[in-house]
Ligand binder design. Structure first.
Ligand code: DQA
Length: 145
């Protein structure tokens, strides 16, 4: 099984950016967790991070026919990007939305998730462990098919 993990703007600043909200674990810690999960769960994981909306759209399009599942944290684009929503709908690959913080308890402008409308599940407020949970969920639904 091949899973694409996509991270949006500022996720590469984990550990440095607002640790009171996003925690002290760094982006490298996230990459290590993905590597560990890939080995333990016997899945192939490709991670890609970009600060640019169109680049994320390109990566979703390129995933068509190449990946079985997508884990996506669109970061700030969650709340603004119809382009990412449309790309996820276009490829139709099972996707799970992850947020490190619990966006449901944050500002009003974070209460809309466009990407989430094309996702099978949303995991939030669990720190970087949420990515592992998303991968396990994708594995589970993929095995059911
Ligand atoms: C985030 C939540 C977003 O609202 C924010 O813009 C981010 C990170 C999260 O992982 O908690 O950059 O997606």
């Amino acid at each position: 099984m091949k899973i694409l993990v996509l991270n949006g703007p500022n996720i590469n600043m984990l550990g440095v950016r607002e640790p009171g909200i996003y925690g002290k674990e760094s982006f490298s810690d996230l990459l290590a967790l993905l590597e560990r999960t890939a080995k333990e769960e016997n899945v192939e994981i490709t991670q890609f991070q970009s600060n640019h909306e169109g680049v994320l759209v390109d990566k979703i399009q390129e995933a068509y026919g190449a990946f079985d599942g997508i884990v996506i944290n669109p970061a700030a684009y969650t709340h603004t990007s119809i382009a990412i929503l449309d790309a996820l709908k276009a490829v139709g690959i099972p996707a799970v939305e992850v947020h490190i913080s619990d966006v449901s308890k944050r500002e009003a402008f974070r209460q809309v998730s466009y990407a989430g409308m094309a996702c099978k599940k949303t995991i939030m407020g669990k720190g970087i462990a949420g990515y592992r949970e998303a991968i396990l969920y994708l594995k589970e639904i993929c095995n059911e098919q």
